[in-house]
Design a protein around this ligand. Structure first.
Ligand code: ZN
Length: 365
């Protein structure tokens, strides 16, 4: 006989599952549209920085709504907002919104602060902090998770105060790094060319919000509210509309480049892209239990392997040196319900960063 609390838990889980299935059926994007998730940083009890008395959460939201309006008017985009009002949203929930929508792009918008009169725009992609300055910016933007309930569980032990804690964050976004950098460069180019804003460049750092998404993702720092001139500009209607227009333009340029790439790629699908000495696999799940690697345990997928890391087991689908093949297998895994699967690379028995594997010489045929 089960205890009463167990019954209650089961009933609760059933309700949550029903709720989720309704929710996801509502968020299926239009197949022919390019889905952009716009994320206004902070909100509600988290105001972000308040340099010179200007509020980051308000400026980010105004710019986001303006970018969204322009994209919607264009007609080729479906725009999804993580928030459209002054509301608190957890960082991981922002990523969930984007993942559920199967978005093509995730753009998070913020404003910077510094104790000096530093100024300029910068756009970040997820990566290791190259220096303390980048770490400090990521730390400020990540610190919001300390306001969230149960953050230890939701972020798998991530510590926003530890520079080393970021290493675990980088793996999932590696696959999208190139595209993320491409968009980040377009954003910065547009700020400098069309608006003559000072650019601090494209940078990498460990932003939790970028780690939660499975698509090309950037975080734009519009400028420093603590800088007297820049703060005034970003808080003005004209400043916000300029910045929004510039971001809109770079998203158009990005889409154009992706469309061109896609047209080229189609001709290559019959080919192989072999990386000698490298084995690619699709990581489909991880668990503290040792599950038998039989197809019936993995929604019918064959070719499953299991590796123990510390106390946990990781499960992989496929095993090949052909990068094009593993990309197809990742799509298959997604179709079978492993929606957050990603490609990993091995050299011998060692898992190595995917970017490192892809830098190796290729033999195509
Ligand atoms: Zn921020």
């Amino acid at each position: 006989m089960m205890k009463k609390s167990t019954h209650f838990k089961i009933i609760l889980i059933v309700f949550i599952c029903i709720g989720l299935s309704f929710k996801s059926s509502n968020t299926i994007p239009h197949i022919d549209k390019f889905v952009v998730v716009l994320d206004a940083g902070h909100g509600g009890k988290d105001s972000g920085n308040v340099g010179n008395g200007y509020r980051e959460k308000d400026i980010a939201l105004k710019v986001v709504l303006d970018v969204g309006k322009r994209l919607e008017k264009d007609g080729r985009f479906e725009v999804i907002y993580t928030r459209k009002s002054d509301k608190f949203i957890e960082l991981y929930e922002r990523g969930n919104i984007a993942n559920k929508a199967k978005a093509d792009l995730f753009v998070s918008i913020h404003c910077n602060a510094h104790r000096s009169q530093a100024s300029g725009t910068e756009t970040f992609v997820l990566g290791l902090h190259a220096n303390k300055e980048n770490f400090d910016i990521a730390k400020n933007e990540n610190s919001v998770i300390l306001l969230e309930d149960n953050y230890e569980a939701n972020y798998d032990g991530f510590d926003p105060n530890s520079p080393e804690s970021v290493i675990g964050l980088t793996l999932l976004q590696e696959e999208y790094l190139e595209q993320s950098v491409a968009l980040a460069s377009l954003v910065q180019d547009s700020f400098t060319k069309s608006l003559k804003r000072k650019s601090r460049g494209v940078k990498q750092a460990g932003f939790v919000v970028l780690h939660q998404t499975f698509m090309p993702s950037v975080l734009i720092e519009l400028g420093f509210l603590t800088n007297n001139r820049e703060g005034r500009y970003l808080n003005s209607k004209r400043g916000q509309s300029d910045m929004a227009k510039s971001i809109f333009k770079s998203i158009l340029d990005y889409k154009k480049s992706v469309d061109a790439l896609y047209t080229n790629n189609v001709q290559h699908t019959a080919h192989q892209e072999i990386y000698e000495g490298i084995v690619f696999k699709v990581q489909i799940s991880a668990s503290s239990r040792a599950i038998e690697t039989k197809p019936y345990n993995f929604n019918g997928l064959q070719e499953i392997s299991r590796i123990k890391y510390g106390e946990r087991y990781k499960y992989f689908y496929g095993s090949t040196s052909d990068y094009l093949r593993i990309k197809r297998q990742k799509k298959e895994a997604e179709k079978e319900g492993f929606e957050s699967s990603f490609i990993v690379a091995f050299k011998g028995n060692q898992m190595i960063p995917l970017s490192e594997a892809l830098e190796a010489n290729t033999v195509s045929n």
